[in-house]
Design a protein around this ligand. Structure first.
Ligand SMILES: Cc1ncc(COP(=O)(O)O)c(C=O)c1O
Length: 424
């Protein structure tokens, strides 16, 4: 599409947007009485207006029935998980039985490591991205030590090439091939939290399986953001949080994908709890763990219907808007942002910012390395109610999202930076 750099064009794009009414489904925080331009859906997605209604329903069930709310009423809690599985399955490209909503991201990664990181002899290496989110690094180290191994000898981190910001797919595939006889697991982030780089998960999964290794993905920054085909890509497992692009609220229940080929595989190790026990006989409270023959078999504890309610409110909106339409708007909003960023660099005497997000491998997030006035730009944006975040030494991250950001939001961001940079 040929974009034009003026506000009327942004207004035209908003008028043509089939999803424009969905913004009104969310509570947009205010700044000096005016709605913020909120670009931190990559950190904590905004609150749907129906979240409160869904929570109130659960509170009402609790008041009406006490513990019997698990089984009584028109929407018993015992089946609440079913409301979440299908919409999430569509979003991550899975069968509903391959999805479970439980715990939180780091906890779920640990649980998946129990099942899928089984070092045996020299086949004990883990390949991951350098500068993975710190929680993932701590998780890797602790598992490796738990198996009596040395993290320095076991974890292979792939870095960007000297002088480059992002990691090349060729380097990932080559490293997998070079270590194929010693590789136990490839665990990769779908979208890097710092650079916003989207990885070719299909290629990584194919190479890992060919090398005889397990493969999993941390989708914290990918789920609800980009198209995923976890089942068809043949991933063994994946985990994500639901509080970023999926608007499930602070500390939302996390989720995991476990490929269906493992659902009845008793040779796989797992940590077990009563909520993962075969549903039809769970309440007989018998000795000996019999797992549910689906991803739910990895559940441990009684889930919170309150947290589930928050996520349900948001997933209902995703269902109504339709994933394909959400993806189309994401691409257009993103292209509009990149067009305006190019415009900024064109207008200034020299380059003023560098996108460290690769142009061809990205989701909603763009990370800008500010070559001039970085902190001043960020502070002024914040003071004016344009909410982005700052990562040392001089990176501004922002993620315009399709459900509640507008083309005019992106225009406001652009004009604000343009004006700050134009000042002497
Ligand atoms: C890539 C990634 N992994 C792991 C985490 C940790 O998530 P949690 O605090 O929900 O365990 C985050 C949090 O933002 C993240 O971005």
């Amino acid at each position: 599409m040929n974009f034009e750099a003026h506000r009327d064009f942004a207004v035209k794009l908003d008028n043509e947007d089939p999803l424009r009414s969905f913004r009104d489904r969310f509570i947009i925080p205010k700044h000096n009485g005016k709605e913020q331009v909120y670009f931190l859906g990559n950190s904590l997605g905004l609150q749907p207006k129906t979240t409160r209604t869904e929570i109130d329903k659960v509170l009402g069930q609790w008041s009406d029935y006490g513990v019997e709310a698990f089984f009584l009423g028109d929407d018993p809690w015992i089946n609440y998980h079913d409301h979440l599985q299908k919409p999430l399955a569509k979003i991550v490209g899975a069968n509903p039985a391959e999805i479970t909503v439980m715990n939180q991201l780091t906890v779920n990664l640990h649980l998946m490591m129990v099942s899928f990181y089984r070092p045996a002899g020299k086949r004990n290496k883990i390949i991951c991205e350098a500068k993975a989110f710190p929680s993932d690094q701590y998780m890797f180290e602790s598992h490796v030590r738990h198996h009596g191994l040395d993290p320095d000898q076991t974890i292979i981190e792939i870095q960007p090439k000297e002088g480059e910001q992002y990691i090349s797919l060729d380097d990932i595939l080559e490293t997998i091939e070079q270590n194929k006889d010693e590789l136990a697991l490839v665990l990769w982030g779908g979208v890097n939290y710092y650079t916003g780089q989207l990885f070719d998960m299909q290629a990584i999964a194919t190479a890992a399986k060919k090398a005889g290794a397990m493969v999993g993905f941390d989708l914290a920054h990918a789920a609800g953001n980009v198209n995923l085909e976890l089942h068809n890509w043949n991933a063994d497992f994946a985990c994500w949080c639901n509080y970023k692009y999926l608007n499930g609220g602070p500390g939302a229940a996390g989720a995991a994908f476990i490929h269906e080929r493992y659902h009845q595989d008793n040779s796989l190790q797992r940590f077990a709890g009563w909520w993962g026990y075969n549903k039809s006989t769970r309440f007989k409270m018998e000795k000996g763990f019999v797992p549910i023959a689906s991803a739910e078999g990895w559940q441990l504890s009684t889930p919170s219907p309150l947290l589930y309610a928050c996520l349900r409110a948001s997933l209902d909106i995703f269902e109504e808007a339709g994933w394909e339409k959400i993806q189309l708007k994401k691409d257009k909003l993103n292209s509009w942002l990149w067009f305006l960023l190019d415009e900024l660099n064109r207008q200034q005497a020299g380059q003023v910012l560098e996108c460290i997000t690769p142009r061809q491998e990205k989701g909603c997030q763009v990370s800008l390395l500010m070559l001039e006035k970085g902190r001043a730009v960020f502070d002024t944006l914040t003071a004016k109610g344009i909410i982005t975040d700052w990562r040392e030494p001089n990176v501004i991250r922002l993620a315009p999202v399709p459900l509640y950001n507008s083309f005019e939001d992106v225009w406001d961001f652009y004009t604000m930076i343009r004006d700050i940079l134009a000042r002497p």
